[in-house]
Design a protein around this ligand. Structure first.
Ligand SMILES: *Cc1c(COP(=O)(O)O)cnc(C)c1O
Length: 712
C-alpha cells in the first residue's frame, strides 16, 4: 500500500464531497429535524469545499514549482469552466430578476470576481484567487510563513462568518467589517477562506508528515466532534452571520486529508470531472425538480429527503452522461491531432506511459517492503525525455529520483518534480548554493570532495559514495576514519550512503563472488560506523541488475534505470528474478522517398553498398544526428515497414538512411518505419544495441537530442 501513488481516497471522496454540497443546497433532513439538518448541512457538509481546495493545492502547489506553467494552466481551465457555468445560469438569473438590480455593472463585476454570479459559483473565482495567492505566498515566503499569513486571513474571515456576533459587539471591528462587506457578500471567498486550504494541501504533498493511520484517525475524530460542538454553540447563541468557517475546520481537514491518502488502490480519474459537473449542475437540477413537481406531485419537493435523492440522482446521471460525452469528444480530438501533428512528420519517439507505470508496479512488487524506488532519469531519462518520464513517475507516486548532473536536477525542479533528487556525478563545489536552492542531494565522490563542498559554508544534503571494488567514484570502504569524519562536517547533511555494483548483471560464479564481496565490503563499513556510534542514514546498493540478481538485499532505495524503461541492457534475459517488463520507447520515422536502383548501382556515401540485382530503396528520414548509430550501416540494422523487415543499405547519414524494400509490397511515401518497437514483428532495444556491440542503455540515451516525443 505504501508504495503506489494512487490516490483512490481522494478520487472517491470527490464524489462524496459533491453529494454533500448537493445536501447543503437541498437540506435533506429539514422535514424531520431542524438540528439534525443543521449538523449535516451547515457543519459536516462544510468539509466538502475545503476538501476540493486542498486537493487542488495538493496537486498544484509544491515548493519546487519554479515555473508558473502549472498555475497558468489551472487558472485558465478554472476560468473556462467558470465562464461556461456563468453562461449556463444566465437563463435562471434572468428568471430571478438578477439583471434588473440596482447598480448592475459594479454588482456584476463584484459577483464575477468574488461572490459568483449564482449562489454556488463563488467556488470557482475563489479557487482561482486562492490558488494564485497560495502559490505566490509559498513560492516567495515558504510554507511556514505562507501558512501563518493564511491563518491570519482565515481568522479575519471567521469574524465575518461564524463569529460575526462577536464582531458586532466591538465598534471598531464592526466598522471594519462593514467596509469588507461592501466589497464581498461573504468572507468565505478566495482571500480569507481558500488560501489556508491550498497551502495545507501543498504542505501535505511536499512534506512527509509522519503519523500513522491511528493518529490521523483519532485526530480527525476529536477535531470533527469539536467542530460540531463549536457550530452548535455558535448556532444556539446566534453568533453566526454565515456558517462556512469554524476554528476546527482547517485542523479537522488536515487529518481527514491525511486519512484519505492512506487509501491507494487505483485511480478513478473520471470521478474528478463527474464531481465537478455535479457541483456546477445541481442547482439547475433543483430548479428542474421544482418544475417536475407540477407533474409528478409535490412529494418530490415537500419531502426534503426525497427531494435530495432526486436532485442527487439527476445530477449524478447528468454528470455521468456529460463525462462520457466530454471524454469521447476530447479523445477523438487528440487522436486527430496525433494523426496530423507536425511531431510525426519526420522522425520521433513514441512513449507508452502505461508500460512505464506497469514497470514501476512490477519492480515495486519484487522490492522489499521497506525499499523505495529511486527512478534514475539521467541523460533525458535514457533518451525518453526527462520531462515526460519524470512527470509521469511523479504522478504515479514515485518520489525519489537520480540524475547525473546538477543541471539535470535543476531541470527536474523547473518541471515541477517533487521529492528527493540525488545527483550521482560530480558537481563543482562552488555551485553549493544551487544545490541548496533547488533542494538537490549531492553525491560525495571522495573525501577531498566532501571537504571542498563543506568549505563552501552552505548547508547541503549529500549521500556518501563508497567504493567497494569498482574503482570509479567513492571513498574506499576501508577508509572508515574518512567516512566518519564526513558525518561530522558542519555544512554537510548526510542523508544517504551507497555503493555501486560493477558486475551485478553477470551470473558467472566468479562475478557473483566478486559482487558478494562488494556487498560484504559495504556492510563491513556500515557495521564499523555503527560501532563508532554513527547514526546510519539511508543505504542503497542495487541498480536494475542489482535488484534482478540480488533481490534478497534489503536497502532503503533501489536505483532503477534501464529496467524502468522496460528493457534490459542485453538480450540475455537470464536473471535471478524474471519480470514482465514492457518497453516504454518506440523509435519511428517516415518513408520520405522511394526510388528504384539497377543492378550494380551504389547507394550513399562511400558507395559502400552495391545492389546485387534491381532493387527498390526507401529513404527514411532519421540518421545519426537523431541518435541512431552509424555503426548499424549496411545490413547491420534494419527497420519494420508494413510489418516486414527492411535492412539498412549504405551508410547511415546524419539525417537519413536508406533501406531495401524490394521484398515488401505496397510501400508508399509517408509510411511509418519502426526502428525500435513493434510492427507485427519486434525490434527490441537490446537487439539493436547488440548489432553495434553496445547495450540498450547507450542506444536509448543517444535519442535525447533532436527527436520530438509523442505519447501514445
Ligand atoms: C546509472 C546509474 C544507475 C542506474 O543503472 P541501471 O543499470 O540503468 O538501472 C544506478 N546507480 C548509479 C550510480 C548509476 O550511475
Amino acid at each position: 500500500m505504501k508504495k503506489s501513488g494512487n490516490y483512490s481516497g481522494i478520487d472517491c471522496f470527490r464524489l462524496i464531497a459533491a453529494l454533500l454540497i448537493v445536501a447543503i443546497h437541498t437540506s435533506p433532513l429539514l422535514s424531520f429535524n431542524e438540528t439534525a439538518d443543521f449538523i449535516l448541512t451547515r457543519v459536516i457538509a462544510r468539509v466538502a469545499v475545503p476538501f476540493f481546495f486542498m486537493t487542488s493545492g495538493f496537486f498544484l502547489i509544491s515548493r519546487y514549482s519554479c515555473n508558473d506553467e502549472k498555475l497558468k494552466v489551472f487558472i485558465k481551465k478554472t476560468a473556462m469552466i467558470y465562464g461556461i457555468a456563468i453562461f449556463i445560469y444566465i437563463p435562471i438569473n434572468i428568471y430571478k430578476g438578477y439583471f434588473s438590480m440596482d447598480n448592475l455593472l459594479p454588482n456584476i463585476i463584484k459577483d464575477i470576481v468574488f461572490d459568483g454570479t449564482f449562489y454556488h459559483l463563488w467556488y470557482l473565482p475563489a479557487s482561482i484567487i486562492g490558488a494564485a495567492f497560495a502559490w505566490y505566498m509559498v513560492k516567495h515566503l515558504g510554507y511556514k510563513k505562507a501558512l501563518i499569513v493564511s491563518i491570519v486571513l482565515y481568522i479575519v474571515g471567521l469574524f465575518g462568518d461564524s463569529y460575526f456576533g462577536i464582531t458586532e459587539q466591538i465598534n471598531v471591528l464592526k466598522q471594519f467589517y462593514s467596509l469588507i462587506f461592501q466589497v464581498f457578500d461573504y468572507t468565505r471567498n478566495g482571500i480569507f477562506f481558500a488560501p489556508i486550504f491550498f497551502v495545507l494541501g501543498g504542505m501535505i504533498a511536499d512534506t512527509n508528515f509522519k503519523g500513522s493511520i491511528q493518529i490521523n484517525g483519532i485526530g480527525f475524530s476529536i477535531t470533527f466532534v469539536l467542530m460540531i460542538a463549536e457550530a452548535i454553540a455558535l448556532h444556539t447563541f446566534k453568533v453566526q452571520r454565515h456558517d462556512s468557517m469554524y476554528i476546527f475546520l482547517p485542523v479537522c481537514m488536515f487529518f481527514l486529508f491525511q486519512l484519505l491518502l492512506y487509501w491507494k488502490k487505483r485511480r478513478f480519474v473520471l470521478i474528478r470531472m463527474a464531481a465537478l459537473i455535479i457541483y456546477i449542475i445541481h442547482p439547475m437540477m433543483i430548479v428542474i425538480v421544482h418544475f417536475l413537481a407540477k407533474f409528478l406531485g409535490d412529494i418530490i419537493v415537500e419531502n426534503s429527503l426525497v427531494n435530495y435523492f432526486i436532485v442527487s440522482l439527476l445530477s449524478v446521471v447528468f454528470s455521468i452522461i456529460a463525462t462520457i460525452f466530454i471524454n469521447t469528444f476530447t479523445a477523438s480530438r487528440t487522436s486527430i491531432k496525433k494523426k496530423w501533428c507536425s511531431e510525426t512528420e519526420r522522425a520521433w519517439i513514441e512513449l507508452n506511459l502505461n508500460n512505464l507505470a506497469h514497470n514501476v508496479n512490477v519492480l515495486q512488487e519484487v522490492m522489499p517492503e521497506k525499499s523505495t524506488l529511486m527512478a534514475v532519469v539521467k541523460t533525458q531519462a535514457y533518451g525518453h525525455g526527462a520531462f515526460q518520464i519524470a512527470t509521469c513517475l511523479n504522478q504515479i507516486g514515485v518520489k525519489a529520483f537520480a540524475v547525473a548532473t546538477i543541471d539535470e536536477g535543476i531541470q527536474l525542479r523547473t518541471y515541477g518534480i517533487c521529492g528527493e533528487i540525488l545527483i550521482l556525478g560530480y558537481t563543482n563545489p562552488n555551485r553549493a548554493k544551487e544545490l541548496k536552492k533547488y533542494d538537490l542531494m549531492q553525491t560525495l565522490i571522495d573525501f577531498k570532495y566532501a571537504k571542498a563542498l563543506n568549505r563552501q559554508g552552505i548547508a547541503v544534503k549529500a549521500h556518501i559514495k563508497i567504493d567497494t571494488g569498482m574503482n570509479r567514484l567513492g571513498v574506499s570502504f576501508d577508509n572508515i576514519n574518512e567516512v566518519k569524519t564526513i558525518f561530522s562536517m558542519k555544512y554537510i547533511k548526510v542523508c544517504g550512503i551507497y555503493t555501486h555494483l560493477c558486475c551485478a548483471d553477470s551470473l558467472l560464479p566468479q562475478e557473483v563472488e566478486f559482487t558478494k564481496n562488494q556487498i560484504d565490503n559495504f556492510y563491513y563499513l556500515i557495521d564499523k560506523l555503527k560501532e563508532r556510534g554513527v547514526q546510519i542514514p539511508k543505504v542503497h546498493i542495487q541498480s536494475s541488475y542489482g535488484l534482478l540478481n540480488y533481490p534478497e538485499l534489503v536497502c532503503d532505495y533501489v536505483r532503477i534505470g534501464i529496467a524502468l524503461y522496460g528493457v534490459l541492457s542485453k538480450t540475455d534475459k537470464n536473471t535471478k528474478v524474471k519480470l514482465d517488463l514492457r518497453p516504454v520507447l518506440s523509435l519511428k520515422a517516415r518513408v520520405v522517398l522511394i526510388r528504384s536502383v539497377s543492378k550494380q548501382d551504389t547507394v550513399g556515401y562511400g558507395r559502400s553498398f552495391q545492389a546485387k540485382h534491381d532493387s527498390v530503396i526507401a529513404i527514411v528520414s532519421i540518421g545519426y544526428g537523431d541518435g541512431f548509430p552509424r555503426d548499424l550501416s549496411n545490413q547491420k540494422g534494419g527497420v519494420l515497414i508494413r510489418g516486414q523487415y527492411a535492412p539498412i543499405v549504405g551508410k547511415v547519414c546524419m539525417d537519413q538512411l536508406a533501406v531495401d524494400i524490394t521484398e515488401i509490397e505496397d510501400v508508399s511515401v509517408g509510411n511509418v518505419a519502426t526502428l525500435i518497437g513493434f510492427d507485427m514483428l519486434d525490434i527490441s532495444a537490446p537487439n539493436v544495441a547488440e548489432h553495434f556491440n553496445s547495450i540498450s542503455n547507450e542506444l536509448l540515451c543517444r535519442m535525447g537530442s533532436r527527436l520530438p516525443i509523442t505519447i501514445r
